[in-house]
Write a protein of this length. Structure first.
Length: 241
């Protein structure tokens, strides 16, 4: 199976991050540097976060427009699929997953596509404060036996080092799904990447600690409607004791 071969390649260290040109064909690339961001004063920001953001990286409207296109691309890649199981990686992926599923269901209805969508959930955690711990802690799992012989789409908020996703793929191997693809809202450009690149990417973003739209800093900022970069005052203020 193609997804299994991909997993073996990752484990062996063969798969490496594609060139910038390759990535730009799969997603919108957000350039490095503060100049790529937007002034927070140009947006409605919750008062509790207003003094703790450096800039807005991706506005909410752009996220939603890009998600609509991803929904179309995903469905086009599954012409013979009658049931798709969405595996949402909690907690950060819930907003992106919700918007993506809504877009897919609207497209399925309007184009009279014979496909049903079922959503299951998995919870993994790999962050403490602003750094990846290098380990993946399994917080909770649904009954993954429903994935046997099913077409699976894993929905993530962000691919950072890629270790979290490779761990999720390893978990799926025991359940023999028919196929597995991954859609991630963000792919971070980082030297720490293990080389994993998902099939569907919303945006390629700089190696900054981004938050908002489901992504958190110690459980804060998930409710921020945009994706933003935190400032030093925010890191200090919301740091775990």
């Amino acid at each position: 199976k193609q997804w299994y071969q991909r997993r073996v390649a990752i484990t062996a260290g063969i798969l490496r991050m594609g060139s910038a040109a390759d990535i730009s064909k799969k997603c919108l690339v957000i350039p490095d540097g503060v100049e790529s961001g937007y002034d927070i004063n140009m947006f409605n920001i919750p008062v509790k976060y207003a003094n703790f953001l450096q800039y807005i990286l991706i506005p909410n409207g752009l996220i939603k427009d890009r998600t609509q296109k991803l929904a179309v691309d995903i469905l086009a890649s599954l012409p013979n699929c009658k049931q798709l199981v969405i595996l949402c990686v909690l907690k950060g992926g819930y907003k992106f997953c919700s918007e993506l599923v809504d877009c897919m269901e609207r497209y399925i209805c309007s184009c009279e596509i014979n496909m049903s969508i079922k959503v299951e959930f998995i919870r993994l955690k790999s962050y403490h404060n602003t750094s990846s711990t290098g380990e993946v802690e399994v917080i909770g799992l649904s009954d993954l036996s429903v994935l046997t012989n099913k077409h699976i789409l894993i929905v993530e908020d962000i691919i950072d080092t890629g270790k979290t996703m490779t761990h999720a793929l390893k978990l799926l191997e025991d359940y023999s799904p028919a196929s597995v693809q991954c859609a991630s809202l963000l792919l971070k450009r980082t030297d720490k990447s293990c080389g994993y690149v998902p099939e569907f990417i919303g945006f390629s973003c700089p190696d900054s600690f981004v938050l908002g739209y489901g992504l958190d800093y110690n459980e804060y900022f998930r409710d921020l409607p945009h994706i933003a970069v935190i400032n030093d005052a925010g890191i200090k203020h919301f740091q775990e004791v």
